[in-house]
Design a protein around this ligand. Structure first.
Ligand code: NAD
Length: 496
């Protein structure tokens, strides 16, 4: 591992000062007047403030979203919405350099990653632009006696509440804004308190691109205040939530009042299985970055690396060599690969799990320390891996959400699959092998929403992804996601 500390980059004027909520097309302070400090996780320094939204702010945002939903927006044609999405696409891409720097300052991910999201954002927006005809009316043949015409409408569900985590707001927002704009819904988004700036700037750009007042609204603040108020709100029709399963349980309870529809994208403890016949030149960097990308703050991180016993020693040696090449540091340095964790709280959590791994008998074979020197004021942890982990140790069972991998040896495919599926989660998994039959058997057997073979973490918005078991339900991306923002309705017309 090498350390990157210096950079030379112009900081966007948007960063700094006190940000407001976007409600009904206007930028407004919290009704309480309270604010939350924004911390740059690479330095620990305050770089501005966001508004601390509460029930009153959520009420007015939901009212604005409802007015917009019932108003002129409901008469926009699919063609108009498609043009709008494509205009949003162009405006965002023109400003993507600025958005990437804002994201890096706000949540720490390096510019290498945030700038790289430009192409991905383009694909996502193009995909949702292609979906604006989803709200259709079909005339369906029926088997009724008599002379009936049957129509099946698909109408937008209404006001959608979006609750987003801090690990990738530039990505996460599109799983709400994209289908909402495509279908004619309206949205109130509550970003994570630790990373709201890139969403606020995106919202500003969306207004510039012509998104009508009230169609998208952003209320910043804490989960237990603004998030809870959104999940409970009687006039929100659907909640699209991404975050931990513990918070999801609270969202499920809060949503019961008006039986909201839910989309829950939660955490994981994903298995990544490396068979002895794998091409290790690809499998080692692939499996390592399957954990370390975004400093391990990725829901699909393949944190349990199952390695066939015959290659365990070689795999560990290669992991050591690979992690020594990773460049960690301030994400504003253009070649930094891994930035800091999001907060002091997350740093404490990750260090706690690293201590626990040692206490439970796993062998620390790489990393394990917080970075000091010029990075001491930020929340940096070395890329870390434990060897000889057993699948029942806490570090192999609980989601750490940091750059910590567990290498777990296995004997044969049955052993690997039994261990891989011995988890409460079901978000993703990986398989590294050159044997086609092993690849098919393993990818069929892994209980997860996505399985990657000889790669890890690639995502096509037209295919989408989602979880099973404690990783939640609902599907992000693809036609299936768009359908979730629509409500079917049958109309029977007696023609006699
Ligand atoms: P979190 O659950 O603590 O917070 C997520 C969001 O929920 C934040 O905006 C937070 O303010 C809000 N929130 C907190 N308490 C709330 C409450 N009582 N009611 C309503 N909203 C509330 O999660 P986090 O720590 O920010 O993010 C990490 C988690 O997110 C991990 O478990 C990770 O795996 C998961 N995640 C999943 C996906 C996916 O698509 N499956 C993607 C990214 C992250």
């Amino acid at each position: 591992m090498t350390v990157r500390e210096t950079f030379d980059i112009a900081l966007p004027a948007f960063v700094g000062g006190a940000k407001k909520h976007l409600i009904g097309g206007q930028w407004v302070d919290s009704q309480s007047g309270e604010r939350i400090e924004v911390i740059n996780p690479a330095t620990g320094e305050a770089i501005g403030q966001i508004a601390r939204g509460t029930v009153a702010d959520v009420d007015s945002a939901v009212a604005a979203a409802r007015r917009a939903f019932e108003g002129e927006w409901s008469r926009w044609t699919p063609h108009q919405r498609r043009k709008l999405l494509l205009k949003v696409h162009d405006v965002l891409l023109d400003n993507f350099g600025e958005l990437a720097v804002i994201e890096t300052l706000d949540m720490g991910a390096p510019l290498l990653r945030t700038r790289g999201l430009k192409e991905w954002t383009s694909q996502v927006l193009q995909f949702y632009a292609s979906q604006t005809n989803a709200a259709t009316i079909e005339s369906a043949p029926n088997s009724l006696p008599g002379n009936f015409m049957t129509l099946k409408h698909r109408a937008p569900v209404g006001v959608v509440g979006g609750i987003i985590p801090w690990n990738g707001p530039l990505i996460g927002q599109w799983w709400i804004f994209g289908p909402a704009l495509a279908t004619g819904c309206t949205a109130v988004v509550k970003p994570a308190e630790d990373a709201s700036l890139s969403i606020l700037r995106t919202a500003e750009l969306m207004l510039e691109a012509g998104v009508p007042e009230g169609v998208i609204n952003v209320v910043t603040g804490y989960g237990r205040e603004a998030g809870q108020a959104l999940a409970e709100h009687g006039d929100v029709d659907r909640i699209a939530f991404t975050g931990s399963y513990q918070t999801a349980q609270s969202v499920i309870r809060a949503s019961a009042g008006n039986i909201k529809r839910l989309q829950l994208e939660l955490g994981g403890k994903s298995p990544d299985i490396v068979f002895a016949d794998a091409d290790l030149d690809k499998a080692v960097p692939g499996a390592a970055m399957g954990v370390y990308t975004n400093s391990g703050q990725v829901c699909v991180a393949g944190t349990r690396i199952f390695v066939q016993r015959a290659i365990q020693d070689e795999f560990v040696e290669r992991m050591k060599a690979f992690t020594s090449t990773i460049r960690v540091g301030n994400g504003l340095a253009p070649d930094t690969q891994l930035g800091p964790l999001i907060s002091q709280r997350q740093l404490d959590r990750v260090m706690h799990y690293i201590d626990l791994g040692g206490q439970e008998g796993a062998r620390l074979s790489g990393g394990g320390k917080r970075l000091g020197g010029k990075l001491a004021s930020g929340f940096f942890v070395e890329p870390t891996f434990f060897d000889d982990v057993s699948n029942d140790m806490t570090i192999a069972r609980e989601e750490i959400f940091g750059p910590v991998a567990s290498i777990i040896p296995f004997d044969d495919i049955e052993d690997a699959l039994r261990l891989a599926n011995d988890t409460a989660y079901g978000l993703a998994g990986g398989v590294w092998t050159q044997n086609l039959s092993t690849a098919h058997k393993a990818s069929r057997a892994i209980k997860a929403g996505t399985v990657w073979v000889n790669c890890y973490g690639v995502l096509d918005p037209a295919i989408g992804f989602g979880g099973t078991r404690m990783s939640g339900y609902g599907w992000k991306g693809s036609r299936e996601h768009v359908e979730g923002f629509l409500s079917p309705k049958a109309v029977y017309i007696n023609l006699d």
